[in-house]
Design a protein around this ligand. Structure first.
Ligand code: ACO
Length: 271
């Protein structure tokens, strides 16, 4: 099924939702309209039975060139504080929604990724980039600090010296360097990118979806906890997951111990 909604396009194929920033003429810069549309698309897809994984990619040569300097900054500021805060709410809102999305998410970075683009980049659970893509905290180049969470993303994902250099110099890095630095999981030729992302998405589709949601939230949550808090949180998160999926892990044990039909060390049980 395909459905084009202006600034965002999406289609669902084989249980994978392919969502695209869709302003190629503007290098997929995030305008207020795009931000509002993206929230609607995420709403539409989140609990659909036929969606198991969401991939976020870009139409044309960009993933996203960051915030739209004209529509997001200049025109929102033209409306005063009310316009600025509304535009911030709309963009931060869908990034937050994506960070805690029900389904696993993959950023498939096909081209330019600048500034505000680091918000959705970090919001996606996994990220794969084309060698040809370019990443940059370009804010410093036009006279602001990397806001909207971008500095936080750099500090979360990069070692201190690299984060500082990246933020202060505003020099773009290519996909391979982004992978070396840890901004993305892997970088590969653009021609191979979709096949690799499809392969990873299919592996995710084999896993227990309740366990996947609990796992991705746990990885994001425990970083700021003490060891004891994390231990306690993880016990409780699993017990909460059990109430949504009382039989899943028992079946996983049964197929290994009794049926001997798979090995958990090597792959997933048959859901
Ligand atoms: N905001 C608004 N318009 C943009 C943006 C943007 N972030 N990025 C590109 N565009 C527009 C251009 O103004 C141009 O519009 P026009 O055709 O009406 O003149 C069109 O998209 C194409 O842009 P070009 O610069 O011609 O494309 P090119 O492929 O040569 O370069 C690049 C691509 C490198 C991404 C360049 O457009 C660029 O530097 N964009 C700004 C990147 C940036 O710094 N983004 C803001 C980050 S900071 C933040 O997000 C908070």
């Amino acid at each position: 099924m395909a459905n084009d909604v202006d600034t965002v396009a999406y289609e669902v194929r084989d249980n994978i939702a392919w969502v695209r920033f869709n302003r190629p003429d503007k290098r997929n810069a995030m305008s207020p309209t795009l931000n509002r549309t993206m929230m609607q698309v995420l709403d539409e897809l989140e609990f659909r039975e036929d969606v198991g994984v969401l991939v976020l990619t870009g139409e044309g040569s960009a993933w996203t060139a960051g915030m739209d300097l004209k529509e997001y900054f200049r025109e929102s500021e033209g409306e005063g504080l009310k316009g600025v805060r509304r535009s911030q709410r709309e963009s931060y809102g869908w990034w937050r929604r994506l960070r805690w999305y029900q389904k696993p998410t993959i950023a498939m970075v096909n081209g330019w990724c600048f500034g505000g683009g680091y918000g959705p980049l970090f919001a996606c659970d996994l990220a794969f980039a084309a060698n040809e893509s370019k990443f940059g905290l370009s804010e410093i180049n036009w006279g602001i600090l990397p806001g909207g969470g971008a500095t936080k993303v750099a500090v979360e994902l990069l070692p201190f010296r690299k984060a500082m250099y990246h933020a202060m110099l505003g020099e773009p890095i290519d996909g391979k360097t982004a992978a070396d630095w840890g901004l993305v999981n892997e970088s590969l030729p653009l021609a191979d990118l979709e096949a690799r992302v499809t392969e990873v998405a299919k592996k995710l589709l084999e896993k227990n979806p309740v366990a996947l949601k609990a796992t991705k939230d746990a990885v994001r949550r425990v970083g700021v906890m003490t060891y004891d808090d994390a231990e306690d949180y993880l016990v409780r998160a699993q017990e909460a997951a059990n109430s949504y999926d009382p039989e899943g892990r028992k079946e996983g044990i049964r197929q290994f111990i009794d049926e001997k039909s798979y090995k958990p060390g090597l792959g997933a049980y048959d859901k």
